[in-house]
Write a protein that binds this ligand. Structure first.
Ligand code: FAD
Length: 449
């Protein structure tokens, strides 16, 4: 019997329940379908195309080392898979379940031929509900309930052997997909990453040493205090169960890390209940918020030229490496929404294109949380002060790393060189004063109430 394994955001051989189940049934045809239309405006962004190229190459190499290979096809996912199943005489298509609305639509179309497996989350998100069976609005309550069903199941081994079909179907060539970037001056620092299962496991090993200090280290952009596993987790090069069990040590660091890891489960449950969360305010009265249409300000934010060193450092780290430290994501996102009063969806879109870990649920939920428009009741009036955040979390070395114009400044003035009269001529003045911005945002918030 021949079975298709449909790889999506689960590009690994270990703890891959779809691959394991299919390999037990006979010959396996692993396939990846590049569907540019299904996700509509959420088709994969620029930074992720780079990642995907390398991750697919790595997956193909691992499969080949096991006597198999990855078949590449392009087109609408469900129709392309059905056609392939006809072509090779496969009765079943195995896949790991995913929660993005376009994946769910494709899963529905595939109907009974599709066998779905859990494996992308600590627990199936739909199984973690309130006592009345409803959806959690707040992470803390969600985490309490989830914790009662943890630890997650132990990870599954990679299949012992992968039998192929007598005759392999045609595959497209990865190079022809042209996933690598052509934009000038972009992605210059992407070589810090090693996409693929091996790179993911190396990142996991490296982080194990920093785990002890994670509780404090995770908030300091100047140190490598977090795991940087997000792009590997998003593409499923390592599963959250593997991560959980590999880092299951005792202590505050491990406990704090497991709590962060559980956020992925929370956001998956949220987009399952509210599939349009990436486009619609969680609380509809925020539709009345008078956002500014300010293309020049948006551009200054995107390019890291706002005159706020911590914001500019973050936006430039994003542009060069496709990733930004979590604390700085919060500061830059808050700056766009509150200081510049620009619709959170503009920032969400930019992140979608620029992040190697861009994730439909994680991105939308975090943007709405920062914006204060989400279902979790975080207040719009809560406005982060970027300069004091920068001081509090000791971002001096981080700013020097990413904003060369400020490299010569000492810690005492680097967070706010303008205020200290030390702004270099080649560094932009503040796009707006903090107090003025705060008042403007609060006035806009009052209109909604
Ligand atoms: P660690 O601190 O080592 O955390 C381990 C893992 O837990 C992460 O890899 C991630 O999978 C998960 N995680 C941690 N924090 C969060 C969180 N707040 N929400 C969801 N999952 C979390 N994360 C994404 O994976 N994709 C996104 O598109 C994304 N967009 C964001 C947008 C904004 C405005 C903000 C404030 C945060 C966003 N995050 C997103 C969450 C978080 O910033 C990143 O997951 C984290 O910085 C990744 O670095 P790390 O792997 O070193 O994290």
């Amino acid at each position: 019997m021949t079975t298709i394994v449909w790889f999506r955001q689960d590009l690994r051989l270990e703890d891959q329940p779809a691959l394991l189940a299919a390999s037990a049934a006979g010959a396996v045809i692993p396939v990846y379908v590049l569907d540019n239309e299904g996700p509509g405006e959420w088709r994969i962004g620029g930074a992720q195309r780079w990642w995907l190229h390398h991750s697919l190459a790595a997956l193909d190499a691992s499969l080949r080392a096991n006597g198999s290979r990855l078949i590449l096809r392009r087109g609408p996912a469900a129709e392309t898979l059905m056609a392939l199943a006809e072509e090779v005489g496969a009765e079943a298509i195995h896949a790991v379940r995913h929660y993005e609305p376009w994946w769910r639509a494709a899963e529905t179309k595939l109907g009974e031929r599709l066998c779905l497996h859990e494996g992308g989350h600590l627990r199936p998100p739909e199984s973690v509900t309130t006592a009345s069976g409803g959806q959690f609005r707040m992470f803390s309550a969600f985490f309490r309930t989830l914790s009662a069903s943890l630890p997650p199941d132990p990870p599954l081994p990679a299949p012992d052997q992968l039998a192929g079909p007598d005759q392999w179907p045609q595959s497209e060539r990865l190079e022809d997909w042209k996933l690598l970037p052509t934009r000038p001056n972009w992605a210059t620092g992407f070589d810090v990453w090693t996409p693929g299962e091996e790179g993911a496991n190396d990142a996991l090993d490296t982080f194990a040493d920093a785990l002890r200090n994670y509780a404090e280290g995770r908030n300091l952009p100047s140190v490598e205090g977090t795991s940087r596993l997000s792009p590997h987790l998003h593409h499923g090069e390592v599963s959250p169960r593997q991560v959980w069990h590999a880092l299951s040590g005792a202590g505050e660091g491990a406990a704090s890390f497991r709590r962060e890891l559980a956020w992925r489960d929370f956001t998956a449950g949220l987009i399952l209940g509210l599939p349009n969360y990436a486009r619609e305010n969680g609380r509809p009265h925020f539709d009345r918020l008078p956002w500014r249409h300010a293309p020049a300000d948006l551009k200054a934010w995107q390019q890291g030229r706002t005159g706020y060193p911590i914001v500019d450092a973050g936006m430039r780290q994003l542009w060069e490496t496709g990733w930004m430290h979590n604390r700085v994501r919060m500061i830059t996102a808050s700056f766009l929404v509150k200081h510049l009063l620009i619709d959170w969806r503009e920032g969400e879109r930019w992140f979608w294109d620029a992040l190697v870990d861009a994730d439909y649920g994680n991105n939308a939920v975090n943007w709405q949380w920062i914006a204060g428009t989400g279902i979790d009741a975080n207040m719009f009036g809560r406005i982060m002060a970027p300069l004091s955040q920068s001081e509090k979390f000791d971002a001096g070395a981080y700013i020097r790393r990413w904003v060369p114009e400020l490299r010569g400044l000492p810690d005492a003035v680097i967070h706010d060189p303008e205020e200290a009269g030390r702004r270099p001529a080649d560094y932009p003045p503040k796009i707006i004063g903090h107090r003025e911005a705060r008042e403007r945002a609060l006035a806009a918030g009052r209109k909604v109430r």
